[in-house]
Design a protein around this ligand. Structure first.
Ligand SMILES: Cc1ncc(COP(=O)(O)O)c(C=O)c1O
Length: 499
């Protein structure tokens, strides 16, 4: 018979549920249950286990049974016991002797171990996590909490807090040239959530596929659309952004006009007007992914496409690049005819974006702290971009760097046929990054993309302290001039000069 136990919070400071089952006796069952909890990660390294007496009482077993089980697991290396700090899950819990694995079903019985963090993380997508403005966020959160009327603590309006929608109306107009009003903004948990609300699972949102998308983009977004039943049709991309003149019968197109993701150019001015003309003529709509519009360096700011025709463009933005993707806070700026449909898709109550976080972001924007943070980060990323460009000019002048006028990543153009070997060399070197091919739409014309070997380098991701070493490691993995492939460091006949 199975016996389960829910630990009360006062005893160990955390709940723990154990199932004692099997016919091998109480001690063996408890050992098995604890091992399984550690192996699955449910009991994290360092977690303090309950004292013998309370665990024994809760499970209805003898105190010695618990003491024996702990002692066995300490001997096996799963637990540690220290005077004064009780029995804890070992920091690197590993059995000292092999455990029999029982296969109830085919395949692995335990979750695969989490991938270890790479030595040098140059994957695009994440801002410098060490630069989150903790003090400013805390100050805004505190003010928001102090000033919030009681109704804030009731169910939230699915449109989002009006304070945030007002702050965004002013901010987006000022910084991105967006023309809107608070009642045209719906708060969501980020770009991905916005896409889900627009297309809904099984057609729940106001839009229907097929959707034209840039032939280079995030596979995750394409997959999200596919699971919502939306067919995506690739639109070729060149150095002027998406070739919008090739739009045909689709009624909606998803673009990254400020900074094509990931190739990096802005949508050419003529194409900006052309796509608006297309939407007007077709009765269609442009979805504008404004994912890093605030981070521009050399060129004149490119305003949001939405400013050209607020009734033909849906702008989607979030704080994922400017603050952190962990906040899950974003916005949709909608033409009037889509507001109701999006709100219906969202449901009766706010179920996604914490109302207190919404109020904190509103305060951060209104107080000027958000602008200050973005400015500071722009300087930091620009300086990293400059260091990247300088290092490549010195160490790998044959490699062209593109897409660097804005954003948080760059594309290093590689000689045709070298992308795979460069990625292999990166793995040897402990550098995590992606090749351009990872972003290509599976149905994209190969003729148009054949010369697109490249590496997408996210220069915002490492902390300030780790950036120099990451750059150094990156230079080591690039193919030497005239080479058709990259060799692992120990097979190179020369050691490149250091800058
Ligand atoms: C192309 C692109 N669009 C949108 C986003 C933002 O996504 P989300 O707001 O869902 O975090 C990202 C990542 O930050 C991105 O790389």
């Amino acid at each position: 018979m199975a016996k389960s136990w829910v630990n009360s919070a006062e005893r160990i400071g955390a709940d723990l549920h154990l199932e004692l089952s099997g016919s091998g006796g109480r001690r063996a069952a408890l050992i098995d249950a604890l091992r399984a909890a550690v192996r699955s990660g449910r009991l994290a390294p360092g977690t303090r286990l309950p004292p013998y007496r309370s665990l024994a009482a809760d499970l209805g077993v003898a105190r010695n049974t618990v003491a024996d089980a702990y002692a066995e697991l300490v001997a096996e290396g799963w637990l540690t016991a220290r005077q004064g700090s009780g029995t804890r899950v070992a920091e690197r819990a590993r059995p000292l002797r092999a455990q029999p694995v029982r296969h109830a079903v085919k395949g692995p019985v335990t979750a695969p171990p989490r991938a270890r963090a790479p030595r040098h993380d140059l994957r695009q997508g994440t801002p410098d996590a060490s630069a989150f403005p903790r003090a400013a966020w805390l100050a805004s959160y505190r003010r928001a909490l102090q000033q919030a009327p009681d109704e804030v603590f009731g169910p939230g309006d699915p449109a989002g807090r009006v304070e945030l929608r007002e702050a965004l109306t002013e901010y987006l107009a000022r910084v991105r040239g967006v023309r809107t009003a608070p009642d045209r903004i719906v708060i969501c948990s980020g770009f991905a959530h916005g896409l889900r609300l627009l297309f809904g699972q099984g057609g729940g949102g106001p839009l229907r596929g097929p959707l034209a998308v840039e032939s280079y983009g995030l596979g995750f977004h394409r997959e999200l659309l596919r699971t919502a039943g939306v067919r995506t049709v690739p639109l070729p991309v060149d150095e002027h952004g998406a070739r919008v003149e090739e739009l045909t019968k689709e009624r909606a197109v998803l673009l990254t006009p400020a900074h094509q993701f990931p190739t990096g150019g802005p949508l050419h001015a003529e194409r900006r007007t052309a796509v608006i003309d297309w939407a007007r003529a077709q009765g269609g709509v442009v979805l504008e992914d404004d994912y890093d519009g605030e981070f521009r360096y050399d060129r004149k700011p490119v305003g949001a496409l939405q400013g050209l025709d607020p009734e033909r463009v849906i702008l989607l933005g979030s704080v994922s690049k400017s603050l952190s993707p962990a906040l899950r806070l974003g916005w949709m700026v909608l033409p009037e005819r889509y507001v109701e449909g999006v709100l219906t898709a969202k449901g009766e109550r706010e179920a996604w974006a914490s109302v207190l976080d919404q109020l904190s972001l509103a305060d951060l924007i209104v107080s000027g702290s958000y602008d200050r943070h973005v400015r500071r980060m722009r300087q930091r990323y620009r300086s990293r971009r400059d260091r990247l460009v300088a290092a490549l000019a010195a160490r790998a002048p044959h490699i062209e760097v593109t897409g660097v006028a804005a954003g948080l990543h760059a594309v290093l153009r590689l000689p045709p046929g070298t992308e795979r070997s460069a990625l292999k060399a990166a793995t040897w070197q402990g550098v995590a990054l992606d090749g351009l091919a990872a972003f290509r739409h599976p149905e994209a014309e190969t003729a148009a993309t054949a010369d697109q070997d490249g590496l997408v380098v996210g220069y915002a991701t490492p902390s300030e302290a780790a950036f120099g070493a990451a750059l150094e490691a990156l230079c080591e993995v690039l193919p030497p001039d005239g080479s058709a492939e990259c060799l692992p460091p120990d097979e190179r006949s020369h050691s490149p000069a250091r800058t």
